[in-house]
Write a protein that binds this ligand. Structure first.
Ligand code: FAD
Length: 425
């Protein structure tokens, strides 16, 4: 096992974790010993969150040194994988075995366990958050003992435990639902007016299996990425011109000026699901972390109103924005999922890496969108106070009870979670 006293940082470098020690156990026994001996502990996944959700004052743990597991159960269409794997590492192996995950996030470099813990999502009207594919979780709990929660055996508690903010224990393995491998082709349409996005969002988001709308908000146009699933949709684009935009002649990067070589292949060239659903290729680091991200999930019916509001206030925030993305997520039943109980539209913002400039404008954006029912992403920056965030998640009090029952000593609680719980009545 490696243990260092060096201060770890997140991918973006905007967070230096408070933990005194960082451990990388190589066996379950080593992991159990660290947990049992820690006053407070938390797991650091691939470190792609932009806030202190993974932080602890005690012992920080990485689980990517534990023995690797990828066990495919072809009959039940499930895979059980170890808690340190990233989507990129899993996806190629699944594809080689003839299987797929229903959806992926914008980049495959993120860890599966960390993505699930924060309710990470891709896009698609019928695509639920990545966490919704989980059917079982294996934990090492605060006493150092292992326990498993599954949808089949524990239908009451399981939906509360999947999006868990690292507050229930160390996830050592996850089981995910699979489907047969499929191909995807993607096309890009720059120049779609934002007025059209506001007026015809249902039509745009229904344009393909997975749709992303990128905009800088101040040019008043958007670039729409259509990702069609070829076993369900025609392998053709909707026309040279579509909703006021024109089919891109060459490859695009979501952030103007960044090389499109970082991006998955466009132009309608069919390819495996894991090489088209993410925007970025696994072999490239999409950027050097020179960014901060925020995201707000609204009821999908509010999409048009939200776009209209953001267009009207674009001058207030566009100066600190690199790019924004609008996606859709289908409802799920996971207590802390940002899409819990409602089909959602997710409004994402990639900001410049300057929190002092970002926070005031983000506050202004959130002031407009929170009244429409917005819920902040658990892994990204918000200007909202913990009490406001707590109020966005109606089942947080139930989650607190679950956390208290599974981890009575509060070993896996951190300041991020304590602040949320303290805001509850
Ligand atoms: C460039 C970039 C692109 C992104 N794209 C998207 C996107 O398309 N969609 C989206 O929704 N989000 C996106 N995100 C956000 C990202 O998916 C989330 O922040 C996610 O949590 C990252 O996973 P991670 O492993 O890096 O988590 P970390 O930040 O390392 O940890 C997040 C939480 O998970 C917990 N955790 C991690 N592993 C374990 C484990 N084994 N056991 C117990 N707890 C654990 C941590 O304790 C913490 O609470 C993006 C982020 C970046 C930097």
């Amino acid at each position: 096992m490696q243990t260092t006293g060096a201060r770890a940082r997140n991918w973006a470098g905007n967070i230096t974790f408070g933990a005194a020690r960082l451990h990388r156990p190589t066996s379950l026994d080593e992991l159990r010993r660290v947990v049992a001996g820690a006053e407070r502990a938390h797991v650091l996944g691939s470190g792609h969150s932009f806030n202190r959700v993974a932080d602890t004052t005690g012992d920080l743990l990485r689980v990517d040194g534990l023995p690797r597991r990828v066990e495919i159960d072809a009959e039940r269409r499930q895979v059980t994988l170890s808690g340190g794997l990233r989507y990129a590492e899993l996806a190629a192996e699944l594809h080689a075995a003839g299987f797929a995950l229903a959806n992926l996030a914008s980049l495959p470099h993120i860890s599966v366990a960390g993505s699930v813990a924060t309710g990470t999502h891709g896009s698609g009207n019928a695509q639920r958050s990545l966490a919704a594919a989980v059917t079982a979780l294996e934990f090492v709990g605060g006493d150092g003992e292992s326990f498993t929660l599954s949808r089949a055996a524990d239908p009451e508690r399981f939906p509360g435990a999947v999006v868990h903010l690292g507050a229930l224990g160390v996830v050592t393995a996850l089981t995910l639902e699979l489907e047969p491998a499929f191909e995807v082709a993607q096309w890009v349409y720059p120049g779609v007016p934002l007025a059209t996005v506001a007026a015809r969002h249902p039509e745009i988001s229904a344009g393909a299996y997975s749709v992303s709308v990128f905009t800088d908000w101040h040019s008043d146009t958007a670039t729409v990425w259509l990702k069609r699933r070829l076993d369900r949709e025609p392998a053709e684009h909707p026309g040279e011109r579509w909703l006021g935009g024109a089919l891109a002649a060459g490859p695009w990067h979501p952030i103007p000026g960044m090389p499109a070589t970082f991006c998955t292949e466009q132009g309608g060239v069919p390819g495996p699901w894991h090489e088209r659903l993410p925007h970025f290729r696994p072999e490239f680091t999409p950027s050097r972390g020179e960014e901060l991200q925020s995201e707000l999930f609204l009821p999908r019916a509010a999409a048009g109103e939200a776009v209209t509001l953001l267009r009207a206030m674009a001058a207030e925030f566009a100066g600190v924005l690199q790019v924004a993305e609008i996606r859709t997520v289908a409802a799920d039943d996971l207590w802390l999922s940002p899409a819990a109980g409602r089909d959602s539209v997710a409004l994402h913002f990639t900001w410049v890496k300057d929190l002092a400039r970002v926070l005031p404008v983000l506050g202004a954006v959130e002031d407009r969108l929170l009244p429409l029912g917005a819920r902040p992403h658990w892994g990204k920056v918000t200007a909202a106070a913990p009490a406001t965030v707590a109020g966005c998640y109606p089942r947080l009090a139930e989650f607190r009870r679950l956390a208290e029952s599974l981890d009575p000593a509060g070993r896996f609680r951190n300041a991020f979670v304590d602040d949320l719980f303290a805001a509850l009545p």
